[in-house]
Design a protein around this ligand. Structure first.
Ligand code: ZN
Length: 371
């Protein structure tokens, strides 16, 4: 069993009513003047820092990070949510909308559709300057959907067959050559471009045919009845999550401390029976704890010190009953995180995390430069 100081240094104690030692004590001499062990040094950080991927899918990444302060873990989380750039639909020009959805609601909905495009290939558009949209800062999509009854070759309506009843994200068609929407004749008289963009070359040269599209084809955007139609042009730009949540590259991103269940003394006899029924039994195939022996000789063995989502909370609750706090303790390792990133699909979580590291690094460089 760990001594009291060791416990304070390395763990947060998860209590029944409150968590103890939750404050990060990374400052020098937090535990006395000769506390060499607790002092931050670059050398020590290099030796102790570990990172390990535990689960990886196309749009999901879970990894463990050890030997780093909560300030860093949280900085990465916040940078990922708010400062890693992303492309999203920012302006929508409606030509026709006879659906029941109001223009502004539909435009907002389009903004939330994830776009498969690498923001590093684009420049940020300065909204205040009203500069022209170019192939370097804008992606243009158009949508033209009309719901109608399907007709056979002789023009007779086919019974119960309606075309374009549902509008999906796949109805957003990429225009690599830029805007096709004509502005007022006034612009033409002034010699300005007559559409909303001024592309010097097709984006297909850089991104290839069908190089840019929505991440998912099947996001339902609207429902129409025969006769209703939607025609619009959408301009997609680069920005960051702190500007609007639609520019966040992740659906969510969070971390938690690694939990540890420790028996302060052996759990035997009646206690073993109570412990198993409170924390383990009704969960099918639960393998975190094992009951050995029976009757007075029964004892509980911990098979997984981390527990699982199902039993961890129950063990914590048990520590609030009777004298269980004397027997069981739930700890969370202070500098060991399980970090999870769920991407919206434009870029993989690894790329997003690396970008967050680069952003933090450039912030540090900028701060050092001002000293
Ligand atoms: Zn469990």
């Amino acid at each position: 069993m760990l001594d009291r100081i060791e416990l304070q240094k390395k763990f947060v104690t998860v209590g029944f009513e409150e968590n103890k030692n939750a404050k990060d004590q990374t400052y020098v001499n937090a535990f006395g003047s000769n506390d060499e062990e607790h002092k931050f040094t670059l050398q020590k950080f290099r030796e102790e820092f570990k990172i390990k991927i535990t689960e990886k899918r196309e749009d999901y990444l879970e990894f463990e990070m050890e030997g780093i302060s909560a300030a860093f873990a949280n900085a990465f989380r916040r940078i990922i949510l708010a400062e890693v750039p992303q492309m999203a639909i920012e302006r929508v020009y409606f030509v026709q909308n006879t659906s029941v959805i109001a223009d502004e609601i539909f435009a907002h909905r389009l903004g939330l559709v994830p776009i498969l495009a690498d923001p590093n290939m684009f420049e940020e558009y300065e909204k205040e300057t009203e500069e022209l949209l170019t192939e370097k800062n804008t992606i243009v999509f158009k949508m033209k959907v009309k719901c109608e009854k399907e007709r056979d070759s002789s023009g007779v309506a086919v019974p119960d067959s309606i075309l374009h009843e549902k509008v999906y994200s796949k109805d957003l068609v990429w225009l690599p050559a830029g805007s096709e929407l004509n502005k007022e004749d006034l612009e033409r008289e002034k010699g300005l471009p007559t559409t909303y963009s001024n592309f010097s070359e097709s984006q297909e040269i850089k991104f290839g045919k069908n190089g840019i599209k929505t991440v998912h084809d099947d996001i339902l955007l609207a429902k129409l009845v025969p006769g209703q139609e939607i025609e619009l042009e959408a301009h997609c730009m680069k920005s960051v999550g702190s500007d609007h949540a639609k520019f966040s590259p992740v659906g969510t991103c969070w971390y938690r401390l690694v939990p540890t269940i420790i028996f302060k003394k052996p759990i035997t006899g009646t206690d073993a029976k109570v412990f198993m029924s409170e924390c383990s039994d009704p969960i099918p195939n639960h393998k975190c704890f094992e009951l050995k022996g029976s009757g007075a000789k029964a004892s509980v063995e911990i098979k997984s010190t981390r527990g699982c989502d199902l039993c961890l909370e129950r063990v914590r609750e048990l520590t609030g009953e009777g004298d269980w706090a004397e027997k069981v303790i739930v700890l969370k390792k202070r500098d060991h995180y399980i970090f999870t990133i769920e991407s919206v699909g434009s870029r993989t979580p690894e790329v997003i995390f690396k970008e967050a590291v680069n952003i933090l690094s450039s912030k540090c460089q900028a701060a050092l430069g001002t000293l």
